[in-house]
Design a protein. Structure first.
Length: 153
């Protein structure tokens, strides 16, 4: 007995790895446009905030799993799922987790779009917002059928 999510990851492990690493490394890649010290700042921030870093790692892994499951369910015809609806909720969770992941104050366009008080508030509640992102992506995985038992066709 295996779950659909396990089968999807076994079928497409490269997609899972690339999506997880891609979202995990996207923040320092974007920041490196503005400053050559982006990788050092990002790495020090991960070390200084182990709880936030753990949440962000969990978010990144779930993001990779979500993308893999979405691609897998799209490629098989056995799943009658409203993918568009759960693609939207997964996208919302992904954007929220990406923007407020480890260091929302370090993400340059937040400072451009929001006043300083709002940016500081996001920084203070960053772990809570990352947990919310994890919950949204987990819900999207559940609604995509990832926790259903997979039966060979």
């Amino acid at each position: 007995m295996s779950y659909l999510i396990i089968h999807a990851i076994r079928t497409r492990p490269i997609i899972t790895i690339i999506a997880s690493l891609g979202i995990f490394l996207l923040i320092p890649l974007i920041q490196s446009i503005n400053t050559p010290l982006a990788w050092e700042i990002w790495f020090v921030d991960l070390l200084n905030k182990p709880f936030n870093a753990t949440l962000y790692i969990m978010f990144s892994i779930l993001f990779g799993i979500y993308i893999t499951l979405y691609i897998y369910t799209k490629s098989i015809s056995c799943c009658n799922i409203n993918r568009k609806k759960y693609l939207q909720s997964g996208t919302i969770g992904s954007i929220l987790g990406f923007i407020v992941g480890v260091c929302p104050a370090c993400f340059s366009f937040i400072a451009f779009l929001l006043p300083l008080g709002a940016s500081l508030t996001l920084t203070a509640y960053s772990p809570l917002l990352t947990v919310l992102s994890i919950v949204i992506i987990t819900f999207s995985i559940y609604k995509l059928g990832g926790l259903r038992v997979y039966r060979e066709q």
